[in-house]
Design a protein around this ligand. Structure first.
Ligand code: NAP
Length: 222
């Protein structure tokens, strides 16, 4: 498997210390402030040196529905993350053909970075809840610490019990993110209905959505 090193920022040069790499995985259709706050608070809480925003190319659990093109989702991710020097928008998954499996990404990153770089995979707690059914879940558990972003009121104990029943030892850290009341689904619905998405995501992302006609109501034929 190619590691496409040209797409990955350098990390781990000083072998005398540990580096922590966050991998922010999501469909990002579109990226919004909930995602950005999640990454920033994970970075702070876990002392991450860098967070790679990794839009999924062809999300494993979304093979039955239409997802906005990878290039549009990546472009919005670049725009939204541009101002933070600790954030890096990555083409790593969108350039990989076929269904996107997190285990493939983590294996490739593990092969690319030296051993003093630890991997932290960050995503929504609802997605993490399903992790026991993800492709090669046992390898994921051995490759990365998981950071699960929860919305307020989320039942962490139920999630922990379900993951424990799998018999695989996952190292999961839960962080509560009030801004995750924002959701991509809600933004898509608002735009489709001609409502404002302002202040739910960055002005640059809103500009991109409008300029490229994303999420608009399909024009009826005939
Ligand atoms: P999803 O099912 O669309 O999202 C579940 C929930 O988590 C939604 O409420 C979503 O809100 C939220 N969420 C998603 N990504 C988030 C993030 N980075 N930070 C905070 N909240 C987030 O999940 P998905 O986007 O398809 O997948 C999430 C990640 O898990 C991706 O990296 C995907 O590749 C990986 N995954 C891997 C497998 C596999 O390897 N078999 C299977 C499933 C998912 P929003 O809709 O507002 O984002």
């Amino acid at each position: 498997m190619s590691t496409r090193s040209q797409q990955l920022p350098e990390l781990g040069q000083d072998s005398g210390r540990e580096y922590r790499l966050g991998i922010m995985g999501g469909t990002f259709d579109p990226i919004h402030y909930g995602h950005l706050v999640t990454a920033e608070q994970a970075r702070e809480a876990l002392n991450l040196d860098l967070v790679l925003f990794m839009p999924a190319g062809s999300p494993a659990f979304k093979q039955d529905r239409t997802v906005t093109s990878p290039e549009d989702r990546y472009a919005m991710t670049v725009l939204a993350t541009a101002a933070n020097p600790a954030f890096y928008a990555s083409r790593f998954e969108i350039d990989r053909p076929g269904v996107t499996y997190t285990v493939d990404t983590l294996k490739a990153l593990r092969a690319h970075y030296p051993a003093n770089v630890r991997l932290y995979f960050i995503t929504g707690a609802d997605a993490i809840l399903d992790i026991v059914s993800w492709h090669d879940a046992a390898s994921i558990a051995s490759l990365a610490t998981l950071i699960a972003a929860t919305r307020p009121g989320y039942d962490i104990e139920q999630a922990q019990a379900r993951i424990a029943r799998s018999g695989i030892h996952f190292d999961v850290r839960y962080i509560q993110i009030p801004a995750l009341a924002i959701s991509s689904t809600n933004i898509r619905d608002r735009v489709r209905l001609g409502k404002s998405a302002r202040y739910l995501t960055s002005e640059s992302v809103i500009g991109y959505m409008h300029k490229n006609g994303l999420y608009r109501m399909p024009v009826p034929e005939g």
